[in-house]
Design a protein around this ligand. Structure first.
Ligand code: ADP
Length: 424
């Protein structure tokens, strides 16, 4: 075989499109291999001797020409990351091309040699992946919105349960106010030593009523989750105020033990109150038939090494070793959990309560809220005594305890970051 035909045969068997244009003769094509025929659907017999303007649309030809001229001017290889040509049958072909200036010593011509890789399939897959990712993000957002609606619905349920108690708590200060008004309506004697005391009691009553009504209003507000450094004892005070009536009515003894110098936790007050109210009401329900109703709420700080020994792999995945966490436990002396129910407590709609008393959503919503806080919630029987223990593990730094969610994995894929975490 002659050398010329060997080169031709090699060129025709290459998996990339190869062409060459003569810059000294209006960039006419002097080389057009088989793959180039395939990619452009233009036969070599038609292309050779013609230029881009004879073969492609004006806009494309202008662009090709500008690159060719730049290659000649710079005298070195140029990469064109993505070119699109429209073939005669209307198909769009995406090409990744390198263009090299070549000096043909024999003829003295200055050629622009192009080597193009057909990346149409890659581009299509990328577009499909992007579309899939957009769909995933939209679905994720929808899911987050649904979760927030579910959280709000479950909150309304709690408010319904608390309303009677709250009304009762407001009734006492109102009665006190009425007494004061009665006393003062007979005229105020500046020498009466009682007036000061009565006015002070009235102010105290207004403050108490105001605090409980405000607490309920804050609790019922529907906002996106926003975490901030919070003292756990402050949240507990609010929660105990809102549940005071349930606790007194059920004759439940409450003991609160909070370790000194407990680190701040990063919480959304209103959402977290919802979790605690739920756990407390559950404990009260569980103690309905108990002879001694004792509710213990205790909180302490631990470092992750201590937690990892007691908890499953899930905690280790959520927190990093050495993280400082706050452990909050709500311990009751109730009926405890039947072995057959252990695995189902956090399932949505799982309830052992009579119709009207429970929806079975409390724990599943509470766990989701805690996970959104980067924490963990478990419920199990006490080891040696009657009753159950709800345990919350909470991060003490804003960055720790990140929950692994779908958007993160999309980020790992280096997809566009349109993730809306405002509702998260
Ligand atoms: P609900 O309170 O509406 O039933 P939850 O999801 O809050 O829904 O609770 C699901 C179930 O978990 C309850 O019906 C009860 O059987 C069980 N449970 C929850 N808390 C306790 C507890 N402190 N002690 C014993 N069982 C509990």
């Amino acid at each position: 075989m002659e050398e010329h035909s060997i080169v031709e045969s090699v060129l025709d068997n290459l998996p990339v499109a190869v062409f060459a244009k003569d810059s000294t003769s209006s960039f006419r094509f002097v080389l057009w291999n088989k793959k180039q025929e395939e990619v452009t659907t233009i036969r070599a017999t038609k292309a050779l001797g013609r230029n881009d303007y004879d073969l492609f649309a004006q806009e494309s030809a202008d662009y090709f020409r500008s690159v060719d001229e730049a290659v000649i001017k710079r005298g070195k290889l140029m990469k064109v990351p993505e070119e699109i040509i429209e073939t005669e049958n209307g198909r769009e072909v995406h090409l990744r091309t390198v263009k090299i200036p070549v000096h043909d010593k024999e003829t003295g011509r200055l050629l622009v040699v192009g080597i193009s890789e057909d990346i149409t399939e890659q581009v299509k897959s990328r577009e499909q992946l992007e579309q899939l990712n957009r769909h995933l993000l939209a679905t994720n957002k929808e899911l987050q919105e649904t979760q927030m609606q579910l959280i709000q619905a479950e909150k309304l349920e709690s408010i319904g349960r608390l309303a009677a108690g709250v009304a009762h708590e407001v009734k006492n200060p109102l009665a006190l106010l009425l007494l004061g008004v009665d006393y003062l309506s007979h005229g105020v004697d500046p020498d009466d030593a009682n007036v000061d005391t009565i006015l002070q009691q009235m102010r105290g009553a207004v403050d108490r009523a105001d605090r409980i009504v405000r607490g309920l209003v804050d609790f019922s507000s529907q906002r996106a989750l926003s975490r901030e450094a919070t003292e756990l004892s402050r949240v507990l005070d609010e929660v105990l105020l809102l549940t005071k009536h349930e606790l007194t009515r059920s004759n439940t003894q409450v003991t609160v033990k909070i370790e000194d110098d407990l680190p701040m936790v990063f919480l959304d007050m209103s959402k977290f109150e919802q979790v605690l109210i739920n756990l407390i009401i559950n404990a009260v329900h569980a103690m309905a038939d108990a002879s001694a109703r004792q509710l213990t709420i205790r909180a302490r700080a631990e470092s992750l090494e201590d937690v990892a020994k007691n908890e499953g792999a899930r905690t280790r995945e959520v927190f990093r070793r050495g993280d400082r966490v706050v452990i909050l436990e709500i311990i009751d002396t109730g009926c405890g959990i039947a072995p057959s129910d252990t695995g189902r407590l956090f399932d949505p709609f799982f309830t052992t309560k009579a119709t009207g008393l429970g929806t079975g959503l409390g724990l599943s919503v509470a766990r989701r809220i805690v996970e959104l806080h980067g924490g963990q919630l478990t419920l199990r029987n006490r080891a040696r005594q009657r009753g159950a223990i709800a345990r919350l593990t909470l991060p003490t730094k804003p960055g720790t305890g990140k929950v692994r969610t779908k958007p993160n994995s999309a980020e790992e894929l280096k997809m566009p970051k349109e993730i809306d975490t405002s509702g998260a």
